[in-house]
Design a protein around this ligand. Sequence first.
Ligand SMILES: Nc1nc2c(ncn2[C@@H]2O[C@H](COP(=O)(O)OP(=O)(O)OP(=O)(O)O)[C@@H](O)[C@H]2O)c(=O)[nH]1
Length: 208
Amino acid sequence: MSEHISSSETVATLKLLLIGSSGTGKSCLLARFVDGNFPDDSSATIGVDFKVKVIENEGKKYKLTIWDTAGQERFRTLTSSYYRGAQGVILVYDVSNRDSFNDLQIWLTELDTYCSSKEVVRMIVGNKVDKESSREVSKQEGQEFARKLQTLFVECSAKTKFGVQQAFDELVQQIIDTPSLWQKQATTNVRIQSNTNDVSQEYSGCSC
Ligand SMILES: Nc1nc2c(ncn2[C@@H]2O[C@H](COP(=O)(O)OP(=O)(O)OP(=O)(O)O)[C@@H](O)[C@H]2O)c(=O)[nH]1
């Protein structure tokens, strides 16, 4: 999957969502994937933020809008709107923090509450594999958990960039391979107020 930023028409706008406990590295993963860097000082997300990236897959362009949500409960508002129209959801935990792995159950419950569509592609991502010496969750354990839930699974490091491209590539590929997710649904107009952006976006997304 290669990346091109051009003004030519995109085939579809895909909405991806990053959820997971505070400090797992969601904002850093987003910065690494979209901007190609690792922020020196990543402060807690307040509400929701998002970035846009245009990618090319088999000669067709897709616009990804990737929403980065706050892990801290007190900074989460209008939660249902985060999920509306999403075609892919990435649940992030920190491999060096077992609590963040245990918290996945809570995030999965929220996901089921606000996004009941079975088609929405789910991926579990174990971030911070560069912290191998303080690892608390083995790769096998993460894989097994994802296998039981029938979700995609990737380990990565936003810091070293290991696995980050792979994670987004696999998620997007599965969405593209499920045309019913992005081809037929009614277009929804969503007005987004985030801490860095205020734009109107159109999504051909699912109805969850
Ligand atoms: N070692 C290491 N540290 C990371 C990695 N990714 C993020 N961090 C650090 O983890 C901390 C939290 O990162 P954020 O990206 O702000 O976490 P978040 O999940 O967006 O947190 P909230 O916005 O509160 O939900 C920061 O100090 C980052 O520098 C990684 O891959 N490796």
